[in-house]
Design a protein. Sequence first.
Length: 287
Amino acid sequence: MSVYDHRPLWAGAHCDPAPAGGAVSRLDLYASPDRSGEATASVSPAVRLRTGIYRFVLPSVPAGRYWGTVTFTPTSAAQAVTDTSVMLDLPTGQGLVASPEAVADALGLPLPLTPAQRTTYETEIRNAQADVSAYLNRPIVPTLTTLRGLRPRGSRDLDDAATWALDLDDITVVESYRAAPDGTYDVDLLVGLHGAHEEPVVRYVVAHAAEAIRQRPDGNGAAGRRVSSVSAEGQSVSYESTPTTGQAGAPPVIGSLNRLRRLTFQPVRRPARAPWPYSSSRTRPWF
């Protein structure tokens, strides 16, 4: 089962229709970017997951890229509008921060993908994710965790993780919550870095998965290195050099993810200081 979490766009800004009496009513998926003809699948209605986020549970459709339109009413007094900003690579929820279609785009390959291409691309995406996870010292796919018997702090927003007394040492997002008869709540939490929502992570994974595929002996349909010149006899071939770091077209470096690294703190071991007046301190300690 795949799900899609949508943030409605109206008048050039993200909006939350529910507080104003509006509603997100329908998602239509199409097999072509012109969104014409009969929809491949339609889902109705959406469930308000949290502030400004509406979830559609998608039907089973063939794997591939789809273009969608979301119909919603921004306010109770407004007419229904259509948001055409949706482009989905399905299926979702496979533990990948990027899709095989995104890798194909980076390689300049046409869609749809063959089953063999999809399998190869997914493997290289997972390899790139493993490198990123090792560098960041943390997983880049969050874990869904349920904590029971929690009480909110005061009357704060229940969608805010800071409302709950949580003993967690990583990024935490409230997925949903349910009231229990005793006044407590069962809270579903996403714990960890959500790499699919971090553009630098997605860009790094896609770029390096594409490069790994390009360097494979079979190339898997991808164009290899670009030839700059060939001798008249064809006995020697020169290739264009890869753009260096900082140049346009260069693949991102792992250091671009530094702000997402999980730091580990260890006590600094210092040698014992000699007593005054033999220590390096210039001042006499006050006892």
